[in-house]
Design a protein around this ligand. Structure first.
Ligand code: GAL
Length: 448
């Protein structure tokens, strides 16, 4: 990532820190200075035996995620193979619970953690999800020694370290970078209707109106979390990167006319979606586009992993562009794995984390998952055309964080937004929704 991009992301995080501190809100991870990145703690110089070679008694590791379908399961399996080759005596127990964006899995995980029955390692998003939930709850172990032993501070993006750190400790191993603000489209349907790929929200709406007139389903949409995903991209596309960031650090007023415009855009855009969205998974909705049954779908780039699993061809069966209004902005999230406090197989978990952070593990996982490596040293030629373009954008675009996938808001704030969104989907009352969003920022965000 360019220095300029790093600086702008870090500046946003610092501003958030100042505001949150002033508001008396516990400072989130994103606000911690990345002290660990530059100054490893003294303990990191101790020989980190467990970090490199699991002792003979490591017999298994239970790995928890929600990667059960499409490119998700295939990616996990590919990394599992690297693990099996390196640690043939450690059984890999895949405890994935189905459901996009972890909606089901995270509920199961919460119950297990509450019952004192943690999986050895689970998937958590870098950012507020990790720090505001698992670190705040004392549920995961610091991994500083492992970072030191594996030399990861030299190969993980500097921007990511503050998002997985708290109080000078690093708490997870990021396996990838995903992009949230992707508009997937069916190239044949656009060409047949003389539609250029839209770059602004107005162009997008005009295109969907034309498609609707031609009897083509303009937009494919799925269950509720995919609507939050669409909402965050429409907020970004309407407000621009700075004002979008301001929503999360308290400098953009949720009650402002600009947010009203964004919510009205959302209503208009959702008006072009399939009416059975509530019963479709993200895969169902994305598939409508590659099958030629809908023109557009907004989804993170795990959709590309899924399209490839389906045997679809880039540029022919699907095209991609930033969500209209967000050209030049990369709305990111990062999947990362943690070590549970009280992990039943801590040695096995350390072995797994070692692979999750390794070049070999990430090069096996990411081209299939539809993400780019978190590591900065992966071989670009292993990746397809879309992911190569994502790598270019990640290193040159303005970077902002995702709401739906854990970067910018802690779990309680996100769940208030989700509740308000559920009501909004039912009544589409912008005024009530906007008031609820403003109240959520006051109750759980920086707008005190
Ligand atoms: C995200 C996760 C991705 C992908 C997606 C859909 O939250 O970060 O890796 O799995 O959900 O399930």
């Amino acid at each position: 990532m360019s220095k300029k991009v790093l600086f702008s992301l870090l500046s946003v995080l610092m501003v958030a820190s100042i505001i949150l501190a002033a508001c008396g809100t516990p400072a989130p991870v994103a606000t911690e200075p990345p002290a660990v990145a530059t100054e490893p703690p003294a303990a990191a110089t101790e020989p980190p035996a467990a970090a490199t070679e699991p002792p003979a008694e490591a017999t298994q590791v239970e790995v928890f995620s929600w990667w059960t379908g499409g490119g998700e399961a295939a990616g996990l399996e590919a990394m599992g193979k690297v693990f099996a080759a390196e640690f043939p005596n450690v059984e890999f127990v895949n405890a994935a619970v189905a459901g996009g964006a972890g909606t089901n899995a995270r509920a199961v995980l919460a119950t297990r953690l509450q019952a004192g029955d943690p999986p050895d390692s689970w998937q958590g998003h870098a950012g507020q999800e990790l720090i505001g939930t698992y670190v705040a709850g004392g549920q995961i172990e610091p991994l500083n020694d492992m970072y030191e032993a594996e030399g990861w501070l030299d190969v993980m993006p500097e921007t990511l370290i503050p998002l997985i750190s708290d109080g000078g400790n690093i708490y997870s191993v990021p396996v990838n970078i995903h992009r949230a603000n992707v508009l997937w489209y069916n190239p044949g349907l656009l060409t047949a209707n003389n539609i250029a790929v839209p770059t602004t929200i107005d162009e997008w709406i005009a295109a969907m109106e034309t498609l609707k007139g031609a009897g083509v389903q303009p937009l494919a949409l799925g269950e509720q979390w995919t609507k939050m995903h669409l909402l965050e991209t429409v907020l970004l596309g309407t407000l621009g990167a700075d004002a979008y960031n301001g929503l999360w650090d308290g400098t953009t007023d949720w009650a402002s006319p600009e947010v009203t415009t964004a919510l009205n855009n959302f209503v208009t855009i959702v008006g072009y979606a399939n009416t059975d969205s509530a019963s479709l998974s993200w895969q169902d909705a994305a598939q409508l586009v590659v099958n030629g049954d809908a023109a557009f779908n907004v989804m993170g780039d795990w959709a590309e992993g899924y399209f490839r699993e389906l045997g679809k061809t880039p540029k022919t069966d699907y095209g991609w562009a930033p969500v209209p209004g967000s050209v030049g902005v990369f709305q990111f999230l990062s999947d990362s794995f943690v070590l549970a406090v009280g992990a039943p197989h801590a040695d096995g978990a350390m072995a797994w984390l070692k692979i999750a952070g390794s070049k070999e593990g990430q090069e096996a996982f990411n081209p299939v998952k539809g993400s780019i490596c978190a590591r900065t040293d992966c071989d670009k030629t292993l990746f397809g055309e879309y992911l190569q373009s994502a790598m270019d954008d990640w290193s040159t675009n303005t970077v902002v964080g995702s709401l739906t996938h854990g970067v910018v808001a802690n779990d309680s704030w996100k769940s208030e937004i989700d509740t308000a969104l559920g009501l909004f989907i039912a009544d589409m009352n912008v005024e009530t929704f906007q008031a609820a969003l403003a109240a959520a920022c006051t109750a759980s965000g920086p707008c005190k």
